[in-house]
Design a binder for this molecule. Structure first.
Ligand code: FES
Length: 113
């Protein structure tokens, strides 16, 4: 099902946003980024250690807003593909969510099992 995450206007003001989806005891963490005027959504889980990429809420991009960054190891992931281009998970990829914009809301598709 589609989940509303944040407004597009908010993402234009700050191009990164973390979220947690919950159903009962199940949770799924993710992030959305605005990059080159496109919205991308990924699981907030590094492909090599399955830990969250951020230390502080809603902070995922490097200072230049060019890459999604693992705050633990400084690894870089391309915002438009999720591909790791630097760091211990080189050539591995963040898992993406389908994403859409509906009436100024960023929505991601995720189905709990
Ligand atoms: S946890 Fe994988 S690069 Fe940091």
């Amino acid at each position: 099902m589609w989940h509303s995450i944040v407004s597009y206007a908010s993402l234009q003001a700050r191009p990164e946003y973390g979220f947690t989806l919950t159903r009962g005891w199940d949770t799924k963490q993710g992030l959305v980024v605005l990059y080159a005027e496109q919205v991308y959504a990924y699981e907030n889980s590094c492909p090599h250690q399955q830990v969250a990429l951020n230390w502080s809420p809603h902070t995922f991009l490097d200072p230049n807003h060019e890459f999604i960054q693992c705050s633990m190891h400084g690894a870089w992931f391309q915002p438009d593909t999720g591909l790791c281009v630097r760091g211990p998970c080189l050539h591995r990829q963040l898992r993406s969510f389908p994403v859409r914009i509906q009436q100024d809301q960023i929505q991601v598709w995720f189905e709990f099992n």
